[in-house]
Design a protein around this ligand. Structure first.
Ligand SMILES: NC(=O)c1ccc[n+]([C@@H]2O[C@H](COP(=O)([O-])OP(=O)(O)OC[C@H]3O[C@@H](n4cnc5c(N)ncnc54)[C@H](O)[C@@H]3O)[C@@H](O)[C@H]2O)c1
Ligand SMILES: [Zn+2]
Length: 368
């Protein structure tokens, strides 16, 4: 049943026998939490199973996954794709669909999609009837190595990203690179920037990824995030290192939204990491070669991004940086590196030094 006027489509699907429909492609689903063999018991214990996905993912993967789950009946909830729909209105529609199908506290929600779907679905599940279980099946590279892991859920509100949310862990995060076959390559490159972040903060092996070999490092990247989150789930200290490159990256991302070109998250983070490496050389004694090597990867990461930044953009980007919620009072604080795998956090950076780091990277990318 399609309810186009509500931008949401929910329908009841009656299950097919496992043996008839088992898609080979999904065989190698692997779990980042627990054990994928536990899926069967989780599904059988659920009073009802719902799959949340978006309009881009559904045509490629919804039937495959529904059949792979092999349960009696599943309700599909299909939402509009993209960050602009990561809002309260979409959450309300998910809640309404759950209510319409009389979902009780033992219902299970499966979030099949990128970070937008896992953020929204995790939030809707963790608040519906004070919390129902949910499973993340990420379909973008960024969600496989980052968004689907770690228990942060949320929506955008009042014009600001991720303002409302919960800390709620998915019961399972099931990883399968097969989903990436249908993902546009620009999204892959964006996810690779996030993988390189783990290379800088935790494991230098990840700095060697390229378009040919990145898939074999997905699990390693996801494990790094999971381990960091386990040690500091509420971001009191260590978890901050996951923000490497993100403070400056977010400021660039926000500024670009007001201009005539937009950057994907990973593209903005790539620029943010370049600036953070520059600052790390100046303030923490990082070896210059780390930045030089990263600069040789920037053309690959940014090949589809039409970057039109110049000196005039520095002032508005600085304004976003000064207002970043992670700062303490007037002080600008960053995650920087003493060496690869040796991050330090809460490093105070003088505004003038920060400005010079922005000049440096803008100069670099505008020469491309
Ligand atoms: N909770 C966290 O810890 C966390 C961490 C990082 C990012 N995030 C959030 O994640 C979101 C970004 O996630 P994203 O980059 O995955 O974006 P996304 O979910 O918006 O997906 C990007 C695009 O790819 C499409 N798509 C997804 N999978 C596909 C597939 N397999 N084939 C074809 N198309 C596909 C989507 O429909 C969308 O158009 C942001 O809202 C961000 O705030 C959350
Ligand atoms: Zn990120």
């Amino acid at each position: 049943m399609t309810q186009a006027s509500e931008c949401i489509d929910s329908r009841l699907r009656t299950g097919q026998p496992w043996n008839d429909m088992h898609p080979e492609a999904l065989e190698s689903m692997s779990s980042l939490r627990g054990d994928e063999r536990g899926m069967g018991s989780m599904l059988s214990k659920a009073s009802q199973v719902f799959i949340l996905t978006d309009e881009n993912v559904a045509p490629f993967w919804l039937s495959e996954v529904a059949h792979w789950l092999h349960c009696e009946s599943v309700v599909d909830i299909i939402i509009k794709p993209g960050e602009q729909h990561k809002n309260l209105q979409t959450v309300q529609r998910i809640w309404k669909t759950l209510m319409k199908h009389h979902a009780d506290r033992n219902a299970l929600l499966i979030n099949l999609g990128g970070g937008t779907v896992s953020d929204l679905g995790g939030f809707a599940a963790s608040t519906y009837k004070r919390g129902i279980k949910f499973i993340n099946i990420p379909t973008t590279l960024l969600a496989m190595v980052d968004a689907a892991i770690g228990g942060k859920t949320g929506i955008d509100f009042g014009g600001a990203k991720n303002q409302i949310g919960t800390f709620a862990e998915a019961e399972e995060v099931l990883i399968n690179p097969v989903f990436l076959e249908t993902l546009p390559e620009r999204e892959i490159r964006s996810g690779m920037a996030e993988m390189l972040k783990y290379g800088f903060i935790a494991d230098s092996n990840l700095l060697g990824i390229n378009l040919e070999n990145y898939q074999s490092y997905i699990r390693c990247a996801g494990e790094i995030k999971r381990e960091i989150v386990e040690k500091d789930p509420l971001e009191n200290g260590l978890r901050k290192i996951l923000n490497f490159g993100h403070t400056i990256g977010h400021a660039i991302e926000s500024h670009c939204l007001t201009t005539n070109f937009s950057l994907l998250h990973g593209e903005a983070i790539a620029l943010g990491m370049a600036a953070a490496l520059w600052l790390s050389i100046k303030l923490c004694g990082l070896d210059e070669k780390v930045l030089q090597d990263f600069e040789s990867q920037l053309p690959m990461l940014l090949s589809e991004a039409e970057i039109k930044l110049s000196e005039v953009d520095i002032k508005p980007i600085m304004t976003y940086l000064v207002h970043d919620k992670k700062n303490k009072g007037e002080k600008l604080q960053f995650v920087l590196l003493e060496a690869v795998g040796k991050p330090v956090w809460d490093v105070e950076v003088p505004k003038d030094t920060l400005r010079v780091s922005l000049e440096y990277i803008i100069n670099k990318v505008s020469k491309r």
